[in-house]
Write a protein that binds this ligand. Structure first.
Ligand code: FAD
Ligand code: NAD
Length: 468
């Protein structure tokens, strides 16, 4: 039986990054993945394919709605070829997942295809698709098995018309009316894809605002711009039944007043969150304990109750984000190598890849209020930027929250063109515990969207934004 320094179960962004870092640190490393392609949810049915469809549908929307304004005329009708769009997306996925296989080979990481389950605390059995099994031994084991879509107890997902994000990434037709249950990240990103392609889209959300965990100003602005794009929203609606009859789906929900509201469409996307995935791991054999909501319990070193077994990514507490899983993969590898790494969870940015993009890091205004922290707000509208007017992407703003006494930046919340990339400036500044004035005094290239960050910092420091 081959003995490894570390065996990693699951090859998503948590698992594969952990594998690379372990190999870099000189450990004999094995990674086990039940699917034929590496990369997990993120690369196969998550981040990458959803962004590919967001980009394609964005190009289409631009061609239909904005090209003429730019003086570009296309003779004849502009049409969507959904089959081709989905095939391009799959091409991107294939290229990206092959890239992970290349990285495994390059780093001399042994890849096992099959379902990994614990035999005991130092042995993993791999059940292969041909029915054969193999057991490997490892000094340390990292569980990186990720998550799967959650649903509501009364919903029967038929995966044809009552679907999750996985099916929404490969539909064969553009829905006439897509009903989205859940106004969180998945619902809004994939809702916007099909809205742009011509579907009617209604988002039914339980809370009184969309993206409810982000700063309320972002929820308001995103809903305003998505309403301009003709998406419909039913907030404070508690869904109570979902039924399909032939090609028709019906969603019933109770509104705030307790009245029943019925939505009829041809597809329902259930996007009410994701839950930790531990099925088939046989955790009992190793003695690994779960915490509430079925997640694997870990300490601050991401160690489970069994000291040589670690867990990272979506299968443990915290934000279900690829970059959070990656940081944790690196952290565990370095801890096993005797180093003392650290993750500041407050500084893991969150992004919604709608257009305008939404991005945030640090504390929201609601969180600061609740904690009784005295703060200042500096906000700057995108429409005041020359760059925004040049591209006609004028929606949105940057909002900086800084400590009232020390001026330290406590939170940055932005919505607008390219905010997914702009947020990194805020993360960098906050990692170095910058004040709003530090950002305000840095030169920002002109004309860029990044100037909104400088202007918001100026506004937060001394209410002296220059261009409003
Ligand atoms: P996963 O990526 O879920 O990988 C776990 C892997 O483990 C899977 O490949 C699974 O097959 C394998 N596995 C499970 N059990 C076993 C077993 N017993 N044996 C062998 N293998 C096993 N996050 C972002 O940061 N940015 C985004 O833009 C973004 N977009 C998303 C869009 C969608 C539609 C979805 C669904 C998610 C998105 N996410 C995004 C979230 C992101 O995909 C996850 O946070 C991330 O993939 C978590 O990584 P992970 O390594 O913990 O687990
Ligand atoms: P989410 O937690 O972002 O949103 C779920 C939404 O559903 C919430 O607004 C919630 O209030 C609502 N909801 C819950 N129960 C409901 C009910 N009964 N009726 C109506 N609404 C209900 O979850 P998601 O959008 O499914 O995404 C899952 C995870 O994937 C998220 O944690 C997210 O971090 C990750 N993800 C990230 C990205 C990104 O980083 N851009 C993209 C997609 C997914």
């Amino acid at each position: 039986m081959t003995q490894y320094d570390v065996a990693i179960i699951g090859s998503g962004p948590g698992g594969y990054v952990a594998a690379i870092r372990c190999a870099q640190l000189g450990m004999k490393t094995a990674i086990i993945e039940k699917y034929a392609t590496l990369g997990g949810t993120c690369l196969n049915v998550g981040c990458i394919p959803s962004k590919a469809l967001l980009d394609s549908s964005h190009h289409y929307e631009d061609a239909v709605k904005h090209f003429q304004e730019h003086g570009i005329e296309i003779p004849g009708a502009i049409k969507v070829n959904l089959e081709k769009m989905i095939a391009r997306k799959q091409g991107v996925v294939d290229m990206t997942t092959k890239g992970i296989q290349f990285l495994m080979d390059k780093n001399k990481i042994e890849v096992f295809e099959g379902l990994g389950s614990f035999k005991d605390a130092t042995h993993v059995t791999i059940k292969k698709n041909d029915g054969k099994s193999e057991t490997i031994a490892a000094k340390n084991i990292i569980i990186a098995t990720g998550s799967k879509p959650s649903t509501l107890p009364f919903i029967e997902l038929d995966k044809e018309r009552i679907i999750t994000s996985t099916e929404a990434l490969k539909l064969k037709e553009i829905p006439k009316h897509l009903i989205v249950i859940g106004g969180g990240v998945i619902g809004l990103e994939l809702g916007q894809v099909y809205k742009r392609l011509g579907a009617e889209v209604t988002v039914v959300e339980y809370m009184d605002r969309i993206i409810p965990t982000m700063d309320a100003a972002l929820s308001k602005e995103l809903m305003k711009t998505m309403k301009k794009q003709k998406a419909k929203f039913a907030l404070s609606h508690k869904v109570k039944s979902v039924e399909r009859k032939g090609k028709e789906v019906t969603v019933k929900a109770d509104n705030k007043k307790g009245e029943e509201v019925t939505f009829t469409g041809d597809y329902v996307l259930v996007a009410v969150g994701r839950s930790a995935y531990t099925e088939g791991l046989n955790l009992e054999a190793a003695g690994v304990k779960l915490e509430e909501r079925g997640r694997i319990a870990v300490n601050e070193h991401l160690q489970t109750n069994i000291s040589n077994i670690y867990a990272i990514g979506d299968v443990i507490k915290g934000a279900m984000l690829a970059h959070k899983a990656e940081e944790e993969g690196t952290l565990v590898a370095e801890i096993m190598a005797g180093q003392k790494p650290h993750i500041d969870y407050n500084l893991i940015p969150g992004v919604v890849y709608t257009w305008p993009e939404v991005a945030a890091v640090g504390k929201t205004e609601e969180e600061l209020k609740e904690a009784g922290v005295e703060y200042k707000v500096g906000q700057f509208p995108m429409r005041a930027l020359g760059r925004a007017r040049a591209s006609m992407d004028i929606d949105g703003f940057v909002k900086i929250l800084a400590d009232k006494k020390t001026d330290e930046v406590l939170g940055v919340h932005m919505i607008g063109a390219r905010c997914a990339d702009l947020i990194t400036e805020a993360v960098t500044a906050m990692e170095f515990r910058a004040s709003a004035e530090d950002i305000a005094r840095m030169s920002h290239a002109h004309p860029t969207y990044a100037e909104a960050v400088k202007e918001a910092a100026l506004a937060a420091t001394a209410d002296r934004a220059l261009h409003v």
